[in-house]
Design a protein around this ligand. Structure first.
Ligand SMILES: [Zn+2]
Ligand SMILES: [Zn+2]
Ligand SMILES: [Zn+2]
Ligand SMILES: [Zn+2]
Ligand SMILES: [Zn+2]
Length: 330
């Protein structure tokens, strides 16, 4: 929910270049990962998705303005050279910290210049959008969980934590049968721009860290050196959003999960849930060890490994400060 009474936002200078609009998943149609079409519909808007459109051009498209990456903090944000509309960024993949449209870069530069948190910008945009209409702002019933669902799409589910952090990585939506206790991990599952399923772990919100921050390794496109299970810093925007909502708005994780009687908190399912082997490089899931091994020796996988120079080759440099090396499953 965009908050009221924040710092003064000099929105005028930004609005000279861009039209700004807050929508939600109900009042907008997503054409591709950056292009949205607002639509008129009777609903209680959550105003979670920030769209921007160039003033100078007629019939310009509305572009989604994602959250500004926590790191790096360049002098000027620019559009990624490897980004292709509809296909995503071929080089940095989902770790890309460049803007994906000129409109997004303009907004990010504005936020940086004025040291503006996104919620204050949203509050100013919302005020301009609604004018003096009374009872402005999201409907009180608009929950933190609903806003996160609206902003990030996809769905949340619980999977076996030890399978997910195991080697090879496995996705098990329930009791896997091999780990004795059901120790769930919340994940955000979303289809990426190539229609492949991508899983993002939402680890427990760190208790003893005063200010939530992004992991400096992961935000540089490197593997986390703290170890993903010990690291106290956010590894993704969606994880950060959940943590913030838990801390500031009392979000309960159960509200993120689909409610339809799938509550697994106490009653375990009778049969072991199917285990899927997961290649997080290619975003490929295999339903047996054999097909996973076939995948790992496939040309597709090898090409992805060598193409993914931003990430994989960093793995290959000998890590400093480690006294024990272990063999990678791949
Ligand atoms: Zn709406
Ligand atoms: Zn990129
Ligand atoms: Zn398991
Ligand atoms: Zn980390
Ligand atoms: Zn692969």
């Amino acid at each position: 929910m965009p908050a009221a009474n924040g710092p003064k936002v000099p929105l005028g200078s930004l609005q000279q270049q861009l039209e700004l609009l807050l929508v939600c998943s109900k009042c907008s149609v997503k054409e591709n990962e950056i292009t949205y079409h607002p639509r008129e519909v009777e609903h209680e808007c959550m105003y979670e998705i920030l769209l921007a459109r160039r003033r100078s051009r007629r019939s310009a498209a509305w572009r989604k303005v994602s959250r500004r990456p926590g790191f790096p903090n360049p002098a000027r944000y620019a559009v990624c050279r490897y980004y292709v509309m509809g296909l995503g960024c071929s080089r940095h993949k989902n770790q890309c910290t460049f803007a994906w449209s000129a409109e997004e870069a303009v907004v990010w530069n504005f936020e940086r210049e004025h040291q503006l948190e996104r919620r204050w910008l949203k509050a100013a945009v919302l005020q301009a959008q609604l004018g003096d209409r009374p009872a402005a702002g999201p409907h009180p019933a608009a929950s933190a969980a609903g806003e996160i669902a609206s902003e990030f799409g996809g769905c949340f589910q619980e999977i076996c934590k030890r399978c997910f952090f195991g080697c090879p990585q496995r996705i098990t939506a329930g009791d896997c049968g091999s780990h004795r206790t059901w120790d769930p991990l919340l994940v955000h599952a979303v289809l990426d721009s190539r229609k492949k399923q991508q899983y993002t772990a939402i680890r427990p919100c760190p208790e003893f860290i005063e200010t939530l921050a992004y992991c400096r390794f992961v935000s540089r496109g490197r593997p986390c050196r703290h170890g993903p299970q010990r690291c106290q810093y956010a590894h993704s925007d969606v994880e950060m959003a959940v943590w913030e909502a838990e801390r500031e708005r009392g979000l309960l994780r159960s509200h993120l999960l689909p409610s339809a009687g799938t509550g697994r908190a106490n009653d375990k399912p009778a049969a072991p849930a199917p285990v899927h082997f997961y290649c997080c490089i290619c975003l490929v899931t295999c339903n047996s060890q054999e097909s996973f091994e076939n995948h790992c020796s496939s040309i597709e996988h090898v090409q992805m490994l060598s193409a993914d120079s931003s990430m994989q080759w960093v793995h290959r440099a000998p890590p400093l400060g480690l006294n024990k090396f272990s063999l990678c499953s791949r």
